[in-house]
Ligand binder design. Sequence first.
Ligand code: UGA
Length: 474
Amino acid sequence: MKVTLDGVPVMNGAGTVNAEALNASKAVVSLNGEKSAPRQRVTRTLNVSVIGTGYVGLVTGAILADQGSNVICVDNNPAKLEVIERGESPIYEPGLDKIIQSALRAGRLKTSGDLAAAVENSDVVYIAVGTPPSADGTPDLTAVIQVVNQIAPAIKKHITLVTKSTVPVGTGDLIENTLQDLGVDPNLVDVVSNPEFLREGSAVYDTFNPDRIVVGVNRPGAEIKLLELYGRYGCPILVTNRTSAELIKYASNSFLAVKISFINAISRICEQSGADVAEVAKGMGLDSRIGKQFLNAGLGWGGSCFPKDVQGLLKCAETTGYDFTMLKSAEDINNDQTSHFMSRLRDQLGTFEGKTIALLGLAFKPNTDDIRDAKALEIIDLLKAGGAKIRAYDPVAMPNMMEVHPDIEYKSGGQETVEGADAVILVTEWEEFKWLDFDLTASTMKGDLLFDGRRAFRREDVEKSGLRYFTIGV
Ligand code: UGA
């Protein structure tokens, strides 16, 4: 193993570095299990630009600044930058505003609309712009390529150009070729894949507590600056080739989606057999090879990542000539899960026509205002098609839903939402819904049906009040 002058180990090909060890004065670096001699502490302060201030970009930029780097967050939306400059977060993400404020106070976080100027002064440039799915399911790389075109003339000294957005396998090569076509000296740029694994709603926690960091490089040593930036995290850093890193992201998200679909398929067997999916999941999850996470049966997966990334991996498989039937099945199970749940509700009500249905939660999961591919959207479509009247409440996602469905009756709290309803559906398991007063609910509702789409309530608590309780997988 080679070591740079800074004392940073350089991986020859794939290897794993213990990051905590990397930055500690008594550093012990393990490569395939081998221990090396102590290394010097890395002290250099890096200048970083993060292009795109969405969930991934803003969290990355704010936390890198908080941790000591000089960061410029770049966006073409001046309104967003103004919000950040005020010390606020333009997205709902617990804890993020505090990190932004402390990084601003320390003078290490700046914002700018001037991409070229930011890049000229940077050692590391993150691309964190959106890659929404295009009509055929492949991620749309328009914004990424636009950024590459804009930064090319500004590359005057070496930069590490990092793809943080989820990009299809082969995007690193595409960026490298585009830069070459634009006349950029290949010695001045290392294009590196560094996929993000944070979850919305716990993005700050996840960034500070990663399970692993993946760095994909096509040239030995191209990972150095990222190892310096991430050295303080006590988790394994996998340095691998760029294509593998790109695929790790898709494979990880798709695997988690398959895991949820698997337990949701089991939930269907439970509903017919007398088993309880929560107990089955508990019993499975105690096997450390399986693990208990992402085994919560419910309405299924949504959000801006799983649906898009499953589609993306299916497309990637197709281009390699592989028919990924297992992943397609996971998608089918997910697409069917909500309509199956809603058909059980329709069976109980007889019809949706004229019924008042209360929705508790609209976001695709708790602690976010994101409604992209939220199960609430499917539920609302089914209820509207059936002629139901809908009233809804979500602690933070209502403004987003109002833009899509302005004709729904929005309420200001869970208890108020259930009043006069024929049925209540728990769509998103926000913590505050756990405090719903079931006796009050039973006395103020018109009907008596509580449909729990997330296994958030305890049957005995609900049924004590006289309400009838229905949930997934039992
Ligand atoms: C997901 C991944 O978990 C992150 O690692 C990844 O970085 C991110 O996508 C991304 O690619 O940006 P996220 O979409 O924020 O994160 O949310 P998750 O917490 O993974 O939940 C996704 C969906 O699965 C939600 O609809 C959630 O309700 C559902 N889910 C999750 C279940 O139905 N059951 C479970 O047991 C877990």
